[in-house]
Write a protein that binds this ligand. Structure first.
Ligand code: HEC
Length: 137
């Protein structure tokens, strides 16, 4: 090997090492971000998650930002008096199947809107909402 060849191979070697180091640190960053994301998720309490979903699904547009009711829909604080968890989830998925009930006849007269069905939502998310509503006081 000539001197020139030695220099060239030394440079190439150095370049390769730098390249590998940059790749390794880069993938480390991504893993860290993912870890943060999931650890934030698990740290947030179900309570916050329920409220977040209620905002996200725009339940508050009708039931009010404080869930105490508006001209469009009743308050949700008495949900725990009427519903078991599984019935409440079923109701959210398909409100019209509970129409016959006297309470709902009253709602029909009192409110011009109807409760939309949320059957297209993830049932686990509806469960989180149900948990939240059943704890409201
Ligand atoms: C378009 C307006 C509207 C939206 C949006 C809406 N609701 Fe309703 N909701 C109503 C109305 C009106 C009623 C009264 C019953 C009926 O008319 O079907 C009701 C009834 C309810 C009840 C039953 C109350 C009782 O006394 O048992 C629950 C629980 C409920 N809504 C939860 C929710 C949740 C959770 C969301 C969001 C995922 C939501 N609602 C979104 C209008 C709405």
């Amino acid at each position: 090997m000539t001197n020139a060849q030695k220099w060239i191979s030394a440079f190439l070697g150095l370049f390769l090492i730098l390249f590998i180091v940059s790749r390794v640190t880069k993938s480390d960053d991504i893993i860290l971000e993912e870890y943060d994301y999931y650890s934030n998720e698990s740290a947030s309490e179900t309570i916050d998650e329920g409220l977040t979903l209620i905002n996200q699904f725009e339940c508050i547009a009708c039931h009010g930002a404080d869930l105490k009711g508006t001209k469009l829909a009743p308050g949700l604080f008495s949900a725990k008096e009427y519903w078991s968890r599984s019935n409440l989830i079923n109701y959210l998925r398909n409100p019209s199947s509970y129409e016959g009930d006297a309470r709902f006849e009253g709602y029909k007269k009192a409110y011009k809107t109807i409760m939309p069905p949320y059957g297209n939502k993830d049932i686990k998310e509806l469960g989180v909402i149900a948990d939240y509503l059943l704890k409201l006081e």
